[in-house]
Every structure is written in C-alpha cells, then in structure tokens.
Design a protein around this ligand. Structure first.
Ligand code: G3P
Length: 217
C-alpha cells in the first residue's frame, strides 16, 4: 500500500518524508488556499517545491471544467515535473480529458469520486488513480469503506490497472480499514499516518526496558 500525504503544508510534507515511508503527495485548491498559496504562478512554484522534497507522485489539480481548458491546464502541469499527476474532477469533460491524457501518456488522478459507477468510468477512461472520498461519504451517513470494497471488486474482476487511492481519509482507522480492503494507496493528514505508530503497550514496555537497563548502571 502506498502512503500519500494530503496537504500542501511544506513542514508536514517534510516530516512525513523524513519518516521514510512517504510515496507521494495529494493537494487540492482548498489545501493550497489553506496554506495561503494563491494565483497560478505561485501554485505552480509550490508544486515544484513539493516535487523537490518527495520522490513520488504529486497530484496537481486542474481548475478548468471544460475539455479544452482541462487539457490545456493538465498539459502545462504535466510539463512542470515528471512527478506530477494531473488531478481531474469526475465530470463529463473530465472523463473525456482523462481518456485524452491516458492516450498521451500523461498520468491522471480522477478526483471527487463518490460512487462505483464513477469509479468504473474513470477506469474505462484510463485514469492512473481514482480518488473515492471516504470521509465525505461518512459525513453524510453513507459508507465510505463500502465504496472502497466495491471498487476493489470491480477493478479486480475486470483487471483494470487504475489504482484505488482512498482519499478524504480522516483518521488512523480509515488507513487500517482501507489497507484491509485492498486500497492501493491512501492519502490523509500526517496525523492519520502518525497514529499508526501509537500503542500504550509500546510506551509502557519501552519505559520498563529503559528503567531496567538503568538499574544496571
Ligand atoms: O484527498 C481528498 C481530500 O483532500 C478531501 O479531504 O477531509 O476535505 O474531505 P476532506
């Protein structure tokens, strides 16, 4: 399972990278705005900064919603750096653009996916990644994890290459459950990754080991 961090915050990206387990970064316009990164040029510079920190894929989202606009923006983003994956929304022109990009060898992440039907279309169009937003489904009393399970079943049945990128992960149990269900990638906040480290028996066990070692001093 690949671990991506879902943030545009440079300190958090560096922290996850330093842990040695980071495979990539996802961002979106809201995450950029949260860091005060606005305007096309500043956003592009920020993507480049992120690419210099991490070795893996960095999703960069298009703003256009029409086919020509998505293609123009996506091609410019893909040219920025070979780690860039063009993030395209699950809309009709987005599906067409994903198909276009896949024929050109430009990698894509189909975002804002909330149903198996949408995931099926993304895979048919040749998306590199599909991003089902599990937290946002949970928010409206729908079952985000069930969606991961259903997409896994369909992709395995038809041997689609599209990777399931479980997105809108909110906490550590989401990460574990997505791993159990066979998601190829998870993207979440640093806290969801660091939560995997924690166990009270590890803390108390270490405390005892160190105390016993120090007795012999
Ligand atoms: O990866 C998708 C993500 O950025 C959305 O997360 O927490 O805003 O639903 P959230």
């Amino acid at each position: 399972m690949k671990f991506f961090i879902d943030t545009a915050n440079i300190d958090q990206i560096k922290e996850a990278q330093d842990l040695g387990i980071l495979d990539g970064v996802t961002t979106n316009p809201s995450l950029m705005a949260k860091e005060g990164i606005t305007g096309e040029e500043n956003i592009k510079k920020h993507y480049l900064k992120i690419c210099e920190i991490v070795d893996g894929d960095v999703s960069a989202e298009v703003i256009a919603t029409d086919f020509d606009g998505i293609v123009k923006e996506g091609e410019a983003l893909a040219k920025l750096h070979d780690q860039i994956v063009v993030k395209v929304p699950m809309i009709k022109d987005g599906v067409k653009a994903i198909k276009y990009f896949s024929e050109k060898g430009i990698r894509t992440n189909c975002t804002l996916v909330f149903s198996v039907g949408q995931a099926l279309l993304a895979a048919k169009a040749g998306a590199t990644y599909v991003s089902p937003f599990i937290g946002r489904l949970d928010d409206i009393s729908s079952d985000g994890l069930k969606l991961i399970e259903e997409i896994r079943l369909i992709y395995d049945t038809y041997m689609f290459d599209t990777e399931i990128l479980a997105a809108s992960i909110r906490h550590t149990m989401h990460v574990i459950d997505c791993a159990k269900l066979g998601a190829d990638v998870m993207t979440g906040p640093l806290s969801s990754i660091e939560g995997l480290l924690k166990h009270p028996l590890t803390d108390s066990g270490l405390e005892k080991f160190l105390a016993d070692y120090n007795k012999g001093k």
